[in-house]
Ligand binder design. Structure first.
Ligand SMILES: C[S@@+](CC[C@H](N)C(=O)[O-])C[C@H]1O[C@@H](n2cnc3c(N)ncnc32)[C@H](O)[C@@H]1O
Length: 236
């Protein structure tokens, strides 16, 4: 006689936080390795020079053209590093919440900006926006960081962006357009761009409830169309 199979409990739980839905120890290990790439990196000093800032902030930059389309009353900068972009954005913004997975980076930003009441600080877990209320942010941007992230973390952040943005709020995201090495590790890729793709990002964005206002491929340091820039809007 066949034995009855044990009851299978379906894990359908609307209370489960989104960022935990797709977590496995393997995913976490890949993400953690990427985070540690930036702990105490020499990058931060190099990146805070005019030469490294100009692709983002010089007149004629595609980043600046889209940044000017952000409503800057209450801003989140995701993966802020040592705050080089926040220093550029601050004169234009009402309030900026700086988010980074590394406590050492948020400490560096605190040392840089001090107790400026226009700045808030959040250490996150690598795929969430904790302590940022639903519908409380007018703009979110992230430069030179998501290009390295695991695709599943980018998906979590798109979901979080939709959660925290006000209706009509916008997100400007610098993402990877690298279609190579889908099974590999970011360090093996050109300019450490993780596997991604502007088309996949657009798909994710729309499935997370965001409208794509602009999506353009960008060359990066001689590598044709390696990166992408996305301007997204939460529908009003
Ligand atoms: C190349 S640095 C760029 C920093 C800053 N955006 C800039 O342009 O100067 C990458 C940043 O991403 C952060 N980071 C890495 N993985 C992350 C994750 N999963 N979530 C949030 N931040 C992350 C690192 O701590 C670091 O600050």
């Amino acid at each position: 006689m066949r034995r009855a199979l044990p009851a299978v409990k379906l894990l359908v739980n609307n209370e489960l936080p989104w960022h935990k839905v797709l977590v496995s120890e393997h995913r976490t290990e890949y993400s953690r390795a990427i985070q540690l790439d930036w702990e105490g990196a020499r990058y931060y000093a190099d990146a805070d020079t005019a030469a490294w800032l100009s692709p983002f902030w010089a007149e004629g930059s595609p980043f600046l053209a889209l940044f000017r389309q952000l409503p800057l009353e209450r801003v989140v900068e995701l993966a802020c590093g040592h705050g080089r972009h926040a220093a550029q954005a601050l004169p234009l913004a009402g309030h900026i919440t700086l988010v980074d997975v590394l406590a050492s980076n948020i400490a560096a930003c605190r040392a840089r900006f001090g107790a400026d009441p226009r700045i808030g600080y959040v250490v996150n877990n690598g795929n969430d926006l904790p302590r940022i209320a639903d519908g409380s942010v007018t703009a979110l941007f992230s430069y030179d960081a998501m290009v390295h992230f695991e695709l599943l973390d980018v998906l979590s952040y798109l979901r979080e962006a939709h959660r925290v943005l006000v209706p009509g709020g916008r997100a400007l995201l610098h993402v990877s357009n690298n279609r190579e090495n889908p099974e590999g590790r970011v360090r093996d890729n050109t300019h450490w761009r993780n596997f991604g793709g502007l088309d996949v990002m657009r798909h994710f964005a729309v499935r997370c409830g965001l409208t794509v206002l602009a999506a353009r491929a960008l060359d990066w340091d001689g590598a044709a169309e390696l990166d992408g820039l996305l301007l997204l809007e939460k529908p009003a």
